[in-house]
Design a binder for this molecule. Structure first.
Ligand SMILES: [Zn+2]
Length: 434
């Protein structure tokens, strides 16, 4: 009889374990709390993302404890079938004061034996935006040109830089807690709209905006007339046919290349600053292609004509320099190659990163002598001039970019300009390092 009782007990235990194994959803919901830097603000409320791909989310409770007092922040039950939800955590109604606090999070799923995800976060409640101290004084910008501003911030920041209309130029931390930001007076921003603002956002999300003293100089804009004749179209357009296989008419193809392909290539340039170094890799003035005649300048307004008819308009954003055919092209300054291949209208193209978002571009090359990721020194040969891409004759199209925006290259070729607008400011600001 004893053995029979044992057998029954065994069956019951096995049944319970088996049922538990079948019915359970072994995984607790996944919690992601944002911001993750240990500081939160009511100005930019934190949020919580919950995910449960098993039985789905059941409920969530969040409490906040400050000075020993616990307050409920969120208590929700989710409708059946909820697998993912982002929940904002509005801290502004709780009467909290700036300082440390603890956020307690408990989320459950719909399993028979509910799985609980628990998180206890000690965070700083901070509603004070950082203060900004500008260290540089005269910011003189030419239309289409570059500028440097250096500053300090009063606390750790998530993001800092200069905002010019829709353009944001990031700042990079240097030694001694000083931030350096190269920015531009973009060629397509009108003087009345050029209002650079320093922006700093702390780890909790509090944002400070601050003006800087600046002075602008306008540059006369040159116009240029370019004839698109049959000889050019029949020589150049076959190179571009594969971009728009359905457009067989050579002039229509030219217009798509000059418009759509150009826009796509400019968009590619705007992605390259992600790879920039956080400190200057260059030194002194940038080198110009030796023994070369200028053929076109920066911000030239180009009207394109065919048989006396204006068919297109574009802005030329580099220096065209012509030397002997297939002339060796030196790296204008030291840096890291971040692009070394074909780029649409630019043809065979090399882009060198010089740090702080500053990059130089060499296009229409007939050959490329460097590879992506290679470090180069000023004067090192990176390729040869040519006619690849949208080039009528052998020349180098030389460009300078600040955070992906094309700027006047001539400034960077001028040691005097670099001393006044970069080196002296840099030395003065870094000299204040603590
Ligand atoms: Zn050009």
């Amino acid at each position: 009889m004893k053995s029979r009782a044992l057998l029954i007990l065994f069956v019951i235990v096995a049944g319970v374990i088996g049922g538990f194994l079948i019915l359970r959803d072994g995984k607790a919901p996944q919690l992601t709390f944002y911001p993750s830097d240990g500081s939160v603000s009511a100005n930019s409320p934190p949020n919580l993302t919950l995910e449960d791909s098993g039985t789905g989310l059941k409920d969530l409770t969040v409490t906040v404890t400050q000075d020993g007092k616990e307050t409920s922040l969120v208590a929700i039950s989710f409708p059946a079938g909820t697998t993912r939800r982002t929940v904002p955590l509005p801290l502004n109604k709780l009467g909290l004061k700036d300082g440390p606090m603890v956020i307690d999070i408990v989320a459950a799923d719909n399993a028979m034996l509910a799985n609980h995800a628990k998180r206890k976060l000690t965070v700083a409640y901070d509603n004070q935006p950082p203060s900004i101290s500008v260290l540089t004084t005269a910011h003189n910008l030419n239309q289409g040109g570059s500028g440097l501003v250096m500053f300090r911030v009063s606390e750790k920041v998530r993001r800092a830089g200069v905002q010019v209309g829709k353009y944001f130029f990031p700042a990079f931390p240097q030694q001694g807690g000083v931030y350096a930001c190269l920015f531009a007076f973009p060629h397509d921003v009108s003087p009345g709209e050029f209002l650079p603002r320093l922006v700093a956002v702390d780890l909790a999300g509090n944002e400070r905006k601050s003006g800087i003293y600046f002075h602008t100089r306008l540059k006369p804009v040159k116009s240029d007339r370019i004839e698109i004749n049959q000889a050019f179209l029949s020589e150049k357009m076959p190179d571009f046919q594969h971009f728009f296989p359905d457009t067989r008419d050579p002039l229509k193809l030219f217009l798509r290349v000059n418009g759509e392909l150009r826009a796509a290539n400019v968009a590619t340039l705007k992605e390259l600053p992600e790879k920039t170094a956080g400190k200057p890799l260059w030194q002194g003035a940038f080198l110009r292609l030796p023994k070369a005649a200028p053929r076109a300048g920066f911000n030239e307004q180009r009207d394109y004509y065919t048989d006396g008819q204006k068919v297109d308009h574009q802005t030329h954003l580099g220096l065209d320099l012509a030397s002997l055919a297939a002339s060796p092209v030196p790296a204008a300054n030291s840096g890291t190659v971040i692009y070394a291949k074909e780029l649409g209208i630019y043809g065979q193209c090399v882009i060198i990163d010089h740090g702080l978002g500053l990059q130089s571009l060499y296009s229409h090359l007939s050959s490329i002598a460097v590879t992506d990721g290679k470090q180069v020194t000023k004067g090192q040969i990176i390729g040869n001039t040519g006619t690849t891409g949208m080039a009528g004759g052998d020349h180098l199209h030389f460009g300078i970019l600040v955070n992906g925006i094309e700027v006047e290259p001539k400034e960077w070729l001028d040691q005097h300009w670099i001393n006044d607008n970069f080196t002296n400011k840099w030395n003065q600001a870094v000299g204040t390092a603590k």
